[in-house]
Design a protein around this ligand. Structure first.
Ligand SMILES: C[S@@+](CC[C@H](N)C(=O)[O-])C[C@H]1O[C@@H](n2cnc3c(N)ncnc32)[C@H](O)[C@@H]1O
Length: 301
């Protein structure tokens, strides 16, 4: 297990736990936040968690059971979070956490199995789905890259990746796929690298980073899922309960910021923090992935 949880101390402080709390982790991942909650509150709180990825649920479960915690868990997409109290047989949660994106453990391929193409550091098939059991009707990164029109690709790469060379990259993808299907993450990353200006190839981030983010968001319909998830999550949150969301890019943060502001304006919630909480320099030095994290918390009234 290599995933390092972000803003752990800040989550514990921001949630201000009390005996009898019901903590629902909407993105269990490797269970890092849940472990911290359990270490602080032990059996004084109920802990429950969901994740769209079965592997994450298994990793999280094992980790929590090792320290004696017995969380209620289910493989579940948070876009249907309103059904979780019934499915897990819990009352309305008093604390809900969304820690968005993917965990480092998902980037790693499990021993003996191939990864899902989230990363271009290793050559993997282009799947990029959070869930492992893919059905025929599910969209994968392979479908996006090999079937979507050039215009759609460019819009997605620009809209979800905020990539300024979106048009060039979309054009290169379409030209290359005419020769042979684009099947792997390294193949796609090479096409992107060759499509952008030389100066851009040696920037702070790999030139394919934004395009990979964009395709992942499209494949998992992440922004829609987030919109639905926070709205339904807020609906099941108990009165006086708190909802905390950690986002990692501006598209996610905008959705969170707007939703929270709307609830506050309608006097349905209060801000716990008006400005987003960001990691300390120390945390960023220890865990560079945390550098873009923003934490927002509201309390339902
Ligand atoms: C950053 S990780 C969470 C890490 C966790 N907080 C920890 O400290 O170990 C995000 C998790 O959210 C899951 N996820 C992403 N979108 C989801 C969705 N729509 N519904 C449920 N889980 C989702 C991913 O599968 C991933 O395991």
């Amino acid at each position: 297990m290599i995933h390092q949880s972000v803003l752990l101390k800040e989550i514990i402080e921001g949630f201000a736990f009390k005996n009898g709390d019901i903590y629902l982790d909407a993105t269990l991942g490797s269970g890092g936040h849940m472990e911290e909650v359990w270490r602080k509150m032990k059996n004084k709180v109920t802990i429950a968690g969901i994740d769209a990825d079965e592997m994450s649920i298994n990793i999280g479960k094992e980790r929590l059971e090792l320290i004696g915690a017995k969380p209620k868990l289910a493989v579940f997409n948070f876009r249907n979070i309103n059904k979780v109290p019934e499915v897990l047989n819990i009352k309305n949660p008093t604390k809900i956490l969304f820690d968005l994106g993917w965990s480092s453990d998902q980037l790693e391929s499990p021993v003996g199995k191939s990864g899902r193409g989230f990363s271009f550091q290793k050559d993997e098939p282009l799947l990029m789905t959070f869930k492992r059991k893919i059905k025929d009707e599910d969209t994968t990164a392979y479908d996006v890259v090999n079937q979507w029109t050039e215009e759609n690709l460019a819009d997605v790469i620009y809209g979800y990746g905020e990539e300024r060379y979106s048009r060039r990259i979309a054009k290169a993808i379409v030209e290359n796929r005419k020769k042979e299907p684009i099947k792997s993450s390294v193949q796609l990353a090479e096409i992107i690298k060759n499509a952008v200006p030389i100066s851009y190839r040696f920037g702070r981030i790999h030139p394919a980073t934004r395009t990979f983010q964009a395709i992942r968001i499209a494949v998992n319909d992440e922004l829609k899922a987030l919109e639905e998830g926070i709205e339904k999550g807020f609906a099941i949150l108990a009165k006086e309960g708190r909802m905390a969301i950690i986002s990692f890019h501006s598209l996610e943060d905008r959705i969170v910021k707007n939703f929270f502001r709307e609830q506050v304006n309608q006097k349905k919630a209060k801000f716990i923090n008006k400005k987003p909480i960001i990691p300390t320099i120390d945390e960023i030095n220890k865990n560079p992935r945390s550098r873009s994290a923003k934490l927002r918390i509201i309390k339902k009234i």
